[in-house]
Ligand binder design. Structure first.
Ligand SMILES: [Fe+2]
Length: 369
């Protein structure tokens, strides 16, 4: 790692010239281990939607840099805890739902919704044991629009200071974030490094080549499809093609008519993406995680405005799945190239792949901090 740190300025200068990070950053288990600590435990990680936390007792669970977390709506509002029992470190809560207490299913140590340990069977016979010594440990929780994030770094900056501006850009698409309903949530696995996948997400240079259906619906021309790097998030904005609206697209696509005229694809540092397609109000989000260096995992949530036509919703989901499958073929193949390790460094086009360059710079800065 010391060698990597010393090379930071060299790597950043290389990125300005379009030279990518070396392949070992995508294949070395030690790099993934460092990323957990330096990236995922130092950044805001998405856990779940506010609509699952409306009532007192509602809770959701997730992971922040592999640390199990539970977010609960208690008498103080939303509070986050490390979801690990102080006894034997079993996870306390599973999934999501509504609960009156938080009880570990291993030995029934029982915490209240504020994380205080209220009961530990047989502890009354234990010398020097006080339940007040073993509350669940706290973790920071904040909201962005309809989404709840947690951060394992107690000194982290507010979530809004990183991403507040993205809410204004989303509003320009015609989406009202307060008027979306969760349609489904799914988990996935992938055969590529999480960064390989996100760098594919961050450019549409490959769209005309690899996504014929997508490119028939969205104008992916270099002069109309805009990619903008902000400090902590990146945005891509495209427009629906007239031919798609008229039903004359080169390739049959979903019906893109509706109040949303823009396509928007945002990456919020380091691993949360927001996707909006033209048509009836729709939005999906994804969380992208490492699963060792050469494989990835994550989850996705699909949202629609109320009253969506079921058949249309399924068509749009199918459209997104098709694009995702086409991307998987690409990123699986890139990962094989990276595993080979030669050539170690790739060459970005600085006019079409500047969001990838920006992302890699954030990676370098986080890893060498
Ligand atoms: Fe793609």
């Amino acid at each position: 790692m010391q060698q990597v740190v010393n090379k930071a300025s060299e790597l950043l200068a290389g990125l300005d010239r379009g030279e990518s990070l070396p392949s070992s950053w995508y294949t070395d288990p030690a790099m993934t281990e460092q990323e957990i600590h330096k990236i995922f435990r130092k950044s805001w990680q998405y856990v779940g939607p506010t609509q699952q936390l409306k009532d007192i007792g509602d809770f959701i669970t997730g992971y922040v840099g592999e640390i199990p977390v539970v977010i609960v709506h208690n008498e103080n509002g939303l509070e986050g805890f490390i979801n690990v029992c102080r006894h034997r470190r079993h996870e306390v809560m599973k999934g999501c739902g509504n609960a009156k207490i938080m009880q570990c299913r291993y030995h029934a140590w029982t915490y209240d919704l504020c994380g205080e340990l209220k009961a530990a069977p047989r502890s009354d016979r234990e010398p020097n044991f006080s339940t007040s010594d073993y509350p669940l440990l706290p973790i920071k929780v904040e909201k962005l629009g309809p989404w709840v994030f947690a951060n394992a770094d107690p000194d982290c900056r507010p979530l809004e200071s990183y991403f507040g501006q993205v809410l204004d850009i989303i509003a320009e698409s015609g989406i009202d974030l307060d008027n979306l309903e969760l349609w489904e949530r799914s988990e996935w696995d992938a055969r590529a490094n999480w960064k390989t996948m996100l760098e594919n997400y961050l450019e549409c240079y490959h769209c005309p080549v690899a996504h014929p259906g997508f490119s028939a619906a969205i104008d992916v021309d270099q002069d109309s499809y805009k990619l903008t790097a902000y400090e902590w998030f990146s945005s891509q904005v495209g427009y629906v093609r007239e031919s798609a609206l008229e039903g004359n697209a080169k390739i049959k696509t979903y019906d893109a008519k509706g109040s949303v005229k823009q396509a928007q694809y945002h990456l919020l540092w380091p691993n949360f993406t927001i996707n909006i397609n033209p048509g009836f109000p729709n939005l999906s989000v994804d969380v992208w995680l490492p699963n060792g260096p050469n494989t990835g995992k994550g989850f996705s949530e699909q949202y629609f405005a109320p009253g969506v036509d079921k058949k249309w919703a399924e068509e749009l989901i199918h459209f997104n799945v098709e694009v995702g499958n086409e991307d998987d073929v690409l990123t699986n193949s890139v990962q094989l190239g990276l595993i080979g390790g030669t050539p170690s460094v790739g060459r970005f086009l600085t006019n079409s792949e500047h969001l990838c360059i920006h992302f890699q710079k954030l990676i370098v800065k986080a890893m060498c901090d």
